[in-house]
Design a binder for this molecule. Structure first.
Ligand code: AMP
Length: 182
């Protein structure tokens, strides 16, 4: 069965090489395990890196980019096997959400965080039950995870919501989790 994984990740290219290396490894693993990559459709930052890695390994890529961002995000990754140009960001987000069997969050900035929070909160409310894996490359997400801990401690988030997401130290752990989730 062809499974689709939506990966949310950085558009920035001004980041350490280890983040690119992890994105490359994540893309290669997805392709080798037969997953189609669904992503934001840009050529820049970790978005471009993971899409190229999937293609290098013979995998398939679906990019979804709003018309207005094509320029800004390094022009669309137009060698994608399927490239959907949307009119709005809302439409992009909807497609990234509905086409996914699971979600992977790689290091990123505000956009990545917004997308992560949306799929996390929708899962919290029972709108879906798809796996969400956060790849904590070089401990990038530690400050955010500490903030989550504080929310649990202070009662703003229920303990049972810890199981809404899985934190993977490495891309290989992320793949194992997705596969176990089915
Ligand atoms: P960033 O993590 O800020 O580098 O952004 C990563 C990706 O998230 C980029 O493709 C952005 O276009 C996208 N993005 C930024 N803001 C939003 C938003 N409000 N909703 C959905 N995606 C967004």
């Amino acid at each position: 069965m062809n499974r689709h994984v939506t990966v949310y990740c950085a558009s920035s290219g001004a980041i350490r090489p280890s983040f690119f290396e992890a994105a490359d490894e994540m893309g290669r693993l997805l392709a080798r395990r037969g997953y189609t990559l669904v992503f934001g459709g840009g050529q820049v930052g970790l978005m471009g890196e993971i899409a190229r890695a999937v293609h290098d390994e013979g995998g398939s890529v679906l990019g979804v980019i709003p018309e207005a961002l094509k320029e800004r995000e390094g022009i669309a990754y137009d060698v994608a096997d399927e490239l959907i140009i949307t009119r709005t960001m809302q439409e992009r987000k909807r497609i990234l959400f509905t086409r996914a069997d699971g979600f992977i969050v790689l290091p990123g900035g505000f956009g990545t965080l917004e997308e992560f929070m949306e799929v996390l909160t929708l899962k919290q409310l029972g709108y879906h039950d798809k796996p969400i894996v956060v790849v904590n490359t070089d401990g990038y997400f530690e400050p955010l995870l500490s903030c989550f801990e504080y929310m649990f401690e202070e009662g703003f988030a229920h303990e049972r919501y810890r199981s809404l997401y899985h934190v993977a130290a490495e891309p290989s752990d992320a793949i194992s989790h997705l596969e176990a989730a089915g």
